[in-house]
Design a protein around this ligand. Sequence first.
Ligand code: ARG
Length: 448
Amino acid sequence: MSKKLWGGRFNKPTDPSVEEFTRSIQYDYKLAKYDILGSVVHVEILGKARYLKPKEVSKIQAALFKIGEGKFLPDGSYEDVHSQIQDSLEQKVGELALKLHTARSRNDQVVFATKVYCKDKLAEVAALGEGVVSALKSLAKANRDVIMPGFTHMQHAQPMYLKDYLGAYAMMLENVIDKVKIAASDIKLTMGAGAVAGTPIDAKYYNVSMDKYAKKLGLGLTGLKLEPTKNSIYTVSDRGFVAEALNVTAIIATHLSRFAEDLIIWSTKEFDFIDIDEAFCTGSSLMPQKKNADALEMIRGCAGRLYGNRMGFLVVIKGLPLSYNRDMQLDKEPLFDSFETVIKELKVLKGLVRTLKFNKDKIESQLDDESLYATDIVYYLVNKGVAFKTAHAIVGKLVKYSIDNGIEIKSMTDHELYRFSDKFKSKEIVRLFDPKVSVESKKSIKRN
Ligand code: ARG
């Protein structure tokens, strides 16, 4: 039988429709280990402040660790995870469990648990993100000599190294991983807010180092330090850390969505630049020949879901008066979903990138397109003293003439070229249509 954490002032039972509508156990059970960590710490504080005897401290803590062992199974009849843990404790240690709620409120408890959860998940995201970065770097290294057409507006632009293309995504991820780490270290763990106004326990008792407890609960977090709250109203009201977590996960999802889209396009028959390993593709129930990049399509699409999580949450919080309001409970589902989704995406991508094969012949064949070297011809004229804009106009006319008359620039005679500029020398122009010459002429890229 579920028990509520409140009820003394009520004569009537809660209407079942309200119970069903307000309960959060079906998702906030995911906070169980973090909430138990908070309770174990709180018990230490109660001991220091002499609300509990040393024997009571160890008895309650041992029972809490027992509850935190293995997988926490939610019981749908409880209001939330905090209520279920409290009741489990009562079943284990009896009346003594009733002292646990001294000097605390779920308003403070839920912030603590959600903050530790965020630290844990941000660390996981950073580590998985680094895994994808290193997969991208290995792929770049394995294909370091491959030159491909670079695109702007999805049109052939200039030749570029495949390793730089992959490196661009690695850098985008590295940048956001830095932000993920900052978001995690910016989260300060505090207690002592109570419901909103603080507690009668001296601030000095709230300085606790939590690593030993976290380890015992099987959490991979270290360097956890609890501090007394500096402002109890802030502690129970602020959800900036949730917004930040939803933000960094949305940024990651954006980068991954773009990468997924590039790979989807490159895997089409029309492009045929890559071969995605079968293990990362799915088939069709009707068309036997199909090998679809469904996982990448999901990654492309999930970005929208993560924006929805972020925006939906911000709209819930906007306009909320201080301090705690039940609306805040609505932060959990988007938060959990964003973390879980981005974690799955990173896991899929690491394997997919590691097994990706490039069709070098097909990529190379695209480099015959003369238009890719038009900018190199502009620089050729610039190097001979022609103003850039003038050179741009000359080469524009040259390209148009080549297209209209079906004559390749590299096969034009000096006589033909002179009609556009007397600086042209066919012997020199021919040498420009070389992908290696083109990419190596760009000095602004600082490659490691
Ligand atoms: N499940 C609630 C949440 O996630 C816990 C806090 C409830 N506090 C209260 N006073 N009703 O926000």
